[in-house]
Design a protein. Structure first.
Length: 345
């Protein structure tokens, strides 16, 4: 048989094997249909667990659309990799999340994935789980500095990049001069800290831009609305506003609309579906994708690889995995929405 024919035959055999695995696993509709490979086949090839695994997940609070989307993504990828996901809601409250994680730590799990509401708030129960040999994947914000706690891996975006890229887009759009406001998330959240650092690194390059206010709203849409009621009364000129997430940005837009101040350019973070629609319609100027699906789905893959494949922290998986996401404008909004619909980014 010619070498080329052998290669084709091997490729066909591989494809048949993948499809057989998919059939055995009860494959769902394929994300990878264009390649002739279903998601279940993909999961089997990547190390799907033969026995059901139990995983515990927690993120900052399911009131936030980013967190709610992450839960859906974790459950979706969990089904593909034979993982039963149990959720411990942080409720956007450090004290309540700590109680939830204390409860989590009192039980046995194959692996755990956590996005902390604030750095240093969950160290003790997380350390208890690590000491028991449970792989703990840190998502999006630091549970504690990586040199102080031996998490399996830290899956997070470059928050400084995200803050800087959206701020740069806003500053360019207002011609490098004017008055701007940053509305921050929770100050103890390392993601928010990075976004603020990115914002500050950009605005200091524009001497003709004045920062009017940088108060935090703690990811809370009601608090955001109250802040912006005050701002719109206090400041007759606001040219642009940067928000640490889209939920706060859209909450502020509603207040701006009520005050007939929709000339303010708005930038957000997360690129959630309502924000993508707002960018497409011109209500928001830009957002940047904090890839909730990739982070939460990646935590499933990392946990399964640790349990089934024996991957060790720093050996097989890096201690810090940077999850990327682009700035979203009208030009790429539709494609970004499609990727999110299929839990890919």
């Amino acid at each position: 048989m010619p070498e080329s024919d052998k290669g084709m035959d091997q490729a066909s055999t591989t494809r048949r094997n993948l499809l057989q695995m998919a059939a055995a696993g009860g494959a769902a509709a394929g994300l990878f249909g264009g390649m002739g490979v279903t998601t279940s086949a993909f999961a089997a090839e990547m190390g799907r667990s033969e026995k059901p695994l139990k995983a515990a997940f927690s993120n900052a609070g399911l009131q936030a659309t980013w967190c709610a989307q992450g839960k859906k993504a974790a459950e979706f990828w969990g089904k593909l990799f034979n993982v039963e996901v149990t959720w411990f809601d942080g409720q956007l409250d450090a004290v309540k999340q700590r109680a939830a994680i204390d409860n989590m730590a009192s039980q046995k799990w194959d692996f755990v994935a956590i996005q902390a509401f604030g750095i240093g708030t969950l160290t003790q129960p997380v350390q208890k789980m690590i000491d028991a040999g449970t792989p703990v994947i840190d998502m999006d914000t630091l549970i504690a500095p990586l040199d102080q706690i031996n998490v399996h891996s830290f899956l997070a975006p470059d928050n400084e990049f995200m803050g800087a890229s959206v701020t740069q887009a806003l500053c360019n759009a207002i011609g490098g001069k004017g008055k701007v406001i940053m509305t921050q998330g929770a100050l103890g959240h390392t993601g928010a800290q990075g976004r603020a650092k990115g914002f500050n690194s950009v605005v200091k390059q524009f001497p003709n831009i004045e920062v009017l206010d940088t108060q935090p709203a703690d990811w809370d849409v009601s608090k955001t609305a109250r802040l912006w009621e005050t701002y719109l009364t206090k400041y007759p000129q606001i040219d642009a506003a940067f928000f640490h997430n889209d939920d706060m940005a859209l909450a502020a837009y509603n207040i701006m609309k009520a005050h007939n101040r929709t000339n303010i350019l708005i930038g957000g973070v997360d690129a959630m579906p309502p924000a993508i629609q707002a960018v497409s319609e011109g209500r928001m100027f830009a957002t940047v994708r904090n890839p909730s699906c990739r982070i939460h789905g990646g935590a499933i893959v990392a946990g399964v690889a640790a349990v089934v494949g024996g991957e060790k922290s720093g050996q097989g998986i890096p201690k810090n995995v940077v999850t990327d996401g682009p700035v979203v404008t009208k030009a790429n909004a539709a494609g970004m929405q499609w990727m999110e619909d299929h839990f890919l980014i």
